[in-house]
Design a protein around this ligand. Structure first.
Ligand code: GTP
Length: 389
C-alpha cells in the first residue's frame, strides 16, 4: 500500500531531521523504515497512526495485504507513505507484523521477522554490487519497535527470545503498550523489571548517543535512555480539553493524554524517532547492522540463499531444532556481538573525527572572517586616503 500524506496543522517534527547531527540530508528528503513487532492487539497500528497524525495503516479488518503471508504466526505487510512537512519529504516504510504470538505454538515466531531483516540487508547488498545503483530498493529496517504487553509482571520467554534475535540485527526499541492500563507505580516497577531482564539477558537495545559537545542534547539523550522501555498510549481520537483538541483516551474515571509526559512517554519516543535520533538510527543501521551482515556474508558466515522462498522456508524449519544449527547459531551470535563491539568503537571514532574536523573548519572560518574584516578595513582606509569617500 502506498500513500502520500501531508502532515496537517500540527507539525510532527520531521523537518528537524536536517538539523540532526551530520547534515547529510539533502533536498530529496530521507527514507526511514520502521518495523512493528509484538503480540497482536497491543496497539501497534494505533500507535503508528497516532505518531504520524494520519490513518496510515487501516485496522486489521479492512487491511489490504499485498504481501504473501510468510508463516501463519506472522504476516508481514509493508505500508509505504510519503510525508511532507515544510517541503521536507520523508519516505516512510512501515513494516507491520500483525498476529505475532497468536499461534498455540509460538516457538520461533520471531524467525520470519529476523529473516525479513536479514533479507533486506542481503537484497541491498546485491543491489550495491550492480553496475548502476539508481533506484535501488532499500527496506533495511532502521528501527524495530517491540511492543510489550502491559502485564505489570515480567517479560514472556517469547519476548525475550524475539528481542534477543532482533537486537543483533536492527536498532531495537522496546515499548510498553497501552500504558494507560497500569498505574504510575505499577509502570515504574514494570519498567525496572524489564530493564533488569534486558541487562541480564544481554538484549541489545538501541541507545541514543550522548553528545559530549552539546549539553542540552546530552541531557535529552540521557532522559531518553532513562525512559526505556518507553511506555506509550495510542489514540486516533481527539477530545476537547480547555478549549484545545488533544489526542487521548477517555474513561469514566478521567482522561489520559497521549502527549502528556505525566501520562506516558509518547513525546519522548516521537522525539527519538522523528526529531533527534532519526539520522542516528539510519546511520547506525548502515554502519553497524548492515556492515556486520555484509562482513559475515563476505566471509561466507551467513548461508547463501536458496533459489526460492519456499525451499528456504523448508530448510529453515529443518534446521531450527538441529543441535549443530544451534551450536552454529551460538557461534554466530558471539561473532555478531564482537563485530558489533568493533563497529561501535569504529562509529565512536568516526564521530570523534567529525567533531575534530568541525572544530578545525570553525577555526579556519573564524580566521577567514578575521582576514576579511582586516581587508575591509584596509580598503576603507585606502579609499579615505585617496579621497574616494
Ligand atoms: N487502552 C488502550 N487501548 C489501546 C491503545 N492503543 C490501542 N488500543 C486499542 O487496542 C485495540 C487494538 O489496537 P490495534 O492498533 O489494532 O493493535 P495492533 O497491535 O495493531 O493489532 P494487530 O494488527 O492485530 O496486531 C484497539 O481497540 C485500540 O483502540 C492504548 O494505548 N491504550
Amino acid at each position: 500500500m502506498s500513500q502520500v500524506a501531508t502532515a496537517n496543522a500540527e507539525p510532527i517534527g520531521i523537518t528537524n531531521l536536517p538539523n540532526q547531527r551530520y547534515k547529510i540530508v539533502s533536498k530529496e528528503g530521507a527514507t526511514f523504515t520502521v518495523m512493528l513487532a509484538g503480540e497482536s492487539g497491543l496497539g501497534k497500528t494505533t500507535f503508528i497512526n497516532t505518531l504520524f497524525q494520519t490513518l496510515l495503516i487501516p485496522h486489521q479488518d479492512n487491511r489490504n495485504r499485498f504481501s504473501k503471508p510468510i508463516k501463519k504466526t506472522v504476516e508481514i505487510s509493508i505500508v509505504r507513505a510519503e510525508l511532507e512537512e515544510k517541503n521536507f519529504k520523508l519516505r516512510l516504510n512501515v513494516i507491520d507484523t500483525p498476529g505475532f504470538g497468536d499461534n498455540v505454538n509460538n516457538k520461533n515466531a520471531w524467525q520470519p521477522i529476523v529473516e525479513f531483516i536479514d533479507e533486506q540487508h542481503s537484497s541491498y547488498m546485491k543491489q550495491e554490487s550492480q553496475p548502476t545503483r539508481t533506484g535501488a530498493k532499500d527496506l533495511r529496517v532502521h528501527a524495530c519497535l517491540y511492543f510489550i504487553r502491559p502485564t505489570g509482571h515480567t517479560l514472556k520467554p517469547l519476548d525475550i527470545e524475539a528481542m534477543k534475535r532482533i537486537g543483533t540485527r536492527a536498532n531495537l526499541i522496546p515499548v510498553i503498550a497501552k500504558a494507560d492500563t497500569l498505574t504510575p507505580n505499577e509502570m515504574l516497577e514494570f519498567k525496572k523489571r524489564i530493564r533488569a531482564i534486558i541487562e541480564a539477558q544481554n538484549i541489545r537495545i538501541y541507545s541514543p548517543p550522548i553528545e559530549t559537545d552539546d549539553q542540552a542534547a546530552a541531557e535529552h539523550a540521557k532522559q531518553l535512555i532513562e525512559s526505556m522501555p518507553f511506555a506509550v498510549i495510542g489514540s486516533e481520537e481527539e477530545f476537547e480539553v480547555d478549549g484545545k483538541m488533544v489526542k487521548g483516551r477517555r474513561y469514566p474515571w478521567g482522561f489520559v493524554e497521549v502527549e502528556n509526559d505525566q501520562h506516558c512517554d509518547f513525546r519522548k519516543l516521537r522525539s527519538l524517532l522523528l526529531r533527534t535520533n532519526m539520522l542516528d538510527l539510519i546511520l547506525s543501521t548502515r554502519e553497524i547492522h548492515y556492515e556486520t551482515y555484509r562482513g559475515l556474508k563476505m566471509n561466507g558466515e551467513v548461508g547463501s540463499e536458496s533459489p526460492s522462498k519456499d525451499s528456504k522456508r523448508k530448510s529453515v524449519d529443518k534446521f531450527v531444532d538441529n543441535p549443530e544449527f544451534i551450536e552454529e547459531e551460538k557461534r554466530l551470535k558471539r561473532y555478531f556481538a564482537e563485530q558489533l563491539r568493533n563497529e561501535d568503537q569504529r562509529f565512536k571514532q568516526w564521530k570523534q573525527n567529525i567533531h575534530t574536523e568541525k572544530n578545525r573548519l570553525n577555526h579556519d572560518l573564524a580566521n577567514l572572517q578575521g582576514d576579511m574584516k582586516r581587508l575591509e578595513e584596509e580598503v576603507t582606509s585606502l579609499k579615505q586616503e585617496k579621497g574616494y569617500e
